[in-house]
Design a protein around this ligand. Structure first.
Ligand SMILES: NC(=O)c1ccc[n+]([C@@H]2O[C@H](COP(=O)([O-])OP(=O)(O)OC[C@H]3O[C@@H](n4cnc5c(N)ncnc54)[C@H](O)[C@@H]3O)[C@@H](O)[C@H]2O)c1
Length: 307
């Protein structure tokens, strides 16, 4: 399968390029910056120029497009720029796929569409949160992702030749970040575990970048017409927290009943992705942090010598 990945040089893109190449895809990376350590074809296209991308798709005739390119961090650019950039990029990619009859197109959305973190107050309708939860974006980034999901649904109503999909990866943690590099928000994974207020704003969600990439692969291999227009949460099987969310969440969202989240359960459910696409996360903070860091959180690993 010939698969184009936009934003392939990014945090999630690098793991996606790797996973698809290992699975035997002929992968083409589209980005404005080079993807380090990727041996496949890399093409420098600015997706803000729609005709350049449409011409590229018409020439290359890929079987699939994975659209990751975006301004990926809320408030990292002026709000109007984030809204315009992310929606224009998504429309450019989805419309080119429609125009050239690309068989599958998957676009990255975000759990932020749910609206957590709103300064005017927010509480979940229900826990765990799944795809039926209403969306209430409160900033331009989340709004742009809601638009991406609406575009996916809109294009899925226009034609059946293409399967259109969207996914909401939780807070992405890449292999170097497990090893101690700063995460997207500037602090380390260990910082996030040590100070729950850092992860509380996103309800302690996270996903390993390789697991998110495995979701992309599963969607490309298994999503068919019944899945066209659908969106999936993609998160780890546990929360990025050292104590149960049943007691932790109400400290940050007073009045919220989180008793449905037993043990280390996350606030977001990835059950639909598991059920419909056969995907399951393989990595979590308890398997990826080094034994010394785990010991500082009271997690004992075999052979760590910690009692
Ligand atoms: N990282 C997360 O925690 C997270 C969570 C939820 C959703 N997402 C979404 O997943 C996707 C990937 O996120 P990421 O963390 O890898 O982002 P990233 O910022 O690391 O990578 C995005 C890439 O897109 C490229 N890009 C931006 N504008 C472009 C343009 N005009 N033309 C070509 N390339 C362009 C950038 O150069 C960059 O390499 C984004 O859509 C993001 O919104 C990320």
């Amino acid at each position: 399968m010939k698969t184009v990945v936009t934003g392939g040089a990014g945090r999630l893109g690098r793991s996606t390029l790797d996973a698809l190449a290992r699975a035997g895809h002929e992968v083409i990376c589209i980005d404005r910056v080079p993807a380090p350590d990727f041996a496949g074809r890399q093409i420098d296209v600015d997706l803000l120029h729609p005709s350049a991308f449409s011409n590229f798709v018409g020439d290359e005739r890929p079987d699939a497009i994975v659209h990751l390119a975006a301004i990926a961090v809320p408030f990292s650019a002026p709000e109007a720029v984030t809204l315009e950039t992310n929606s224009r990029l998504a429309f450019t990619v989805l419309d080119a796929a429609r125009e050239h009859g690309v068989a599958r197109v998957l676009a990255a959305s975000s759990p932020t569409v749910i609206g957590y973190g709103s300064p005017t107050g927010w509480a979940p309708d229900v826990l765990p949160i799944d795809e039926r939860h209403r969306t209430r974006p409160w900033n331009a980034y989340a709004l742009s992702k809601q638009l991406v999901e609406s575009m996916v649904a809109m294009f899925s109503r226009q034609q059946t030749a293409t399967v259109f999909g969207a996914f909401r990866p939780c807070f992405v943690i890449s292999p170097p970040e497990w090893a101690g590099e700063p995460t997207q928000q500037g602090h380390t994974v260990a910082d996030r575990l040590r100070d729950p207020s850092l992860a509380a704003v996103s309800l302690f969600n996270y996903v390993d970048a390789r697991d998110a990439a495995a979701f992309v692969l599963a969607w490309l291999e298994r999503a068919g017409p019944p899945q066209s227009g659908r969106v999936y949460f993609v998160g780890a099987d546990d929360a990025l927290a050292t104590e149960p969310l049943a007691t932790l969440l109400p400290r940050f969202l007073p009045g919220v009943d989180a008793s449905a989240l037993d043990g280390s359960s996350p606030a977001f459910s990835s059950a639909a992705a598991k059920r419909e696409l056969g995907w399951a996360p393989q990595h979590g903070w308890r398997t990826e942090l080094d034994p010394a860091a785990l010991a500082s959180f009271g997690v004992v690993t075999p052979g760590s010598g910690t009692s």
